[in-house]
Design a protein around this ligand. Structure first.
Ligand code: SF4
Length: 350
């Protein structure tokens, strides 16, 4: 049976933020989030724009949209349970069945295990980046962990089974060990409680850092993106909201697109604005060049000021387009690479 438990809401938010981001980065975001949306009802009542603004800079924005969507599903589930029990809404009514969590958007096996073991001490294993590293070293596993997921889950579950009734503490200790002692580059094996059990440590000095074994490096593609900061005479600037798919789904941006081989950047911008917004512009002075590296590609944004000539902007490749005052840009969530474009525009207009 689950113990009395801790409130799953802050734990769930933290688990989702930590999915692809390190603790030091997540902490201020989590604190701001808990102030803005202190509970499930506040999050469910928020608009998607408010949610994305608070997530701005944390990356992988689909996580924020799924968290938001899930808050409404969970709230409906809790309201149903509370009504059945004729009870006020309370966290003891949150689902404790991992299958229910796994059916929710953005919740994988490790996230469900992390939430339920932390909140209700459920006997569920976790397998995040820290835990994978510790296990790879304990077993000196000779291949990249992602190629042996089932085996790594078995190892993590065996640790849970070894300490019945202490899943919350075990998972927490495992994550803390990975974050503070068994760190990626400089593991502190001399103070590690598992040094006597660790195959990587036993195999000699300098050895633990070789684990987890990495995949062979791949070439990261490079692409130049032409971007138009389109202004009209009234001083408003044109922005569009990306489709919900992909890494930056749902965020706002200045319109543009990929430079074709042999194409001048001015022609790229003019073509992209015609194809994606059905407008004609005069492409004018360069505003800024911004290089930005994602995990799977490197982009160079060549940004030009543009003067709108004709055509009512259409969202042909986006969710919506909007003319806004430059002073209003901070009300919209933009990808991190756009912060420098906005700063350059505001400086130019100053
Ligand atoms: S002994 Fe070293 S490599 Fe092994 S688990 Fe501990 S810190 Fe990690």
């Amino acid at each position: 049976m689950a113990d009395e438990g801790l409130d799953p809401y802050p734990i769930w938010v933290a688990e989702v933020m930590l999915q692809q981001t390190q603790l030091q980065v997540v902490l201020p975001y989590w604190q701001r989030w808990m102030k803005a949306f202190p509970g499930l009802e506040a999050l469910a009542a928020a608009s998607e724009q408010q949610v994305l603004l608070l997530w701005q800079g944390l990356g992988y924005y689909s996580r924020a949209r799924r968290l938001h969507a899930t808050s409404r599903l969970l709230l409906a589930e809790l309201e149903r349970t509370s009504a059945d029990l004729n009870d006020p809404l309370q966290f003891s009514h949150w689902p404790v069945d991992p299958e229910i969590w796994l059916a929710l958007p953005g919740i994988g096996r490790s996230t469900a295990g992390g939430i339920l073991s932390s909140a209700f001490n459920s006997p569920l294993a976790i397998l995040d980046g820290n835990v994978r590293r510790v296990l790879a070293r304990l077993h000196a596993h000779p291949e990249p962990p992602m190629r042996a997921q089932a085996l790594f889950w078995t190892w993590s579950e065996a640790l849970i089974d070894a300490v019945p009734g202490f899943s919350r503490d075990l998972n927490q200790a495992l994550m803390d060990l990975g974050a503070t002692v068994c760190t990626p580059r400089h593991p502190s094996c001399e103070v590690c409680p598992w040094d006597a059990l660790c195959a990587a440590y036993a195999s000699g000095s300098g050895s633990p850092q070789q684990y987890p074994v990495k995949e062979a490096p791949r070439n990261i593609p490079f692409q130049v993106i032409g971007v138009g900061v389109v202004l009209k005479e009234s001083g408003e600037v044109l922005i569009d909201q990306r489709l919900n798919e992909g890494l930056l789904g749902g965020l706002w941006e200045f319109p543009g697109g990929k430079q074709e081989p042999g194409e001048e950047i001015i022609d790229t911008i003019r073509r992209e604005l015609r194809e994606e917004l059905a407008i004609e512009v005069s492409v004018e002075q360069a505003l800024i060049t911004v290089d930005h590296a994602y995990s799977h590609k490197k982009l160079r944004f060549e940004v030009h000021l543009c003067r709108w000539i004709s055509g009512d902007p259409q969202p042909l490749a986006s969710q919506q387009v909007r003319w806004v005052k430059p002073s209003e840009l901070s009300d919209y969530p933009f990808p991190a690479a756009n912060a420098r474009i906005i700063a350059a525009l505001l400086e130019h207009l100053d």
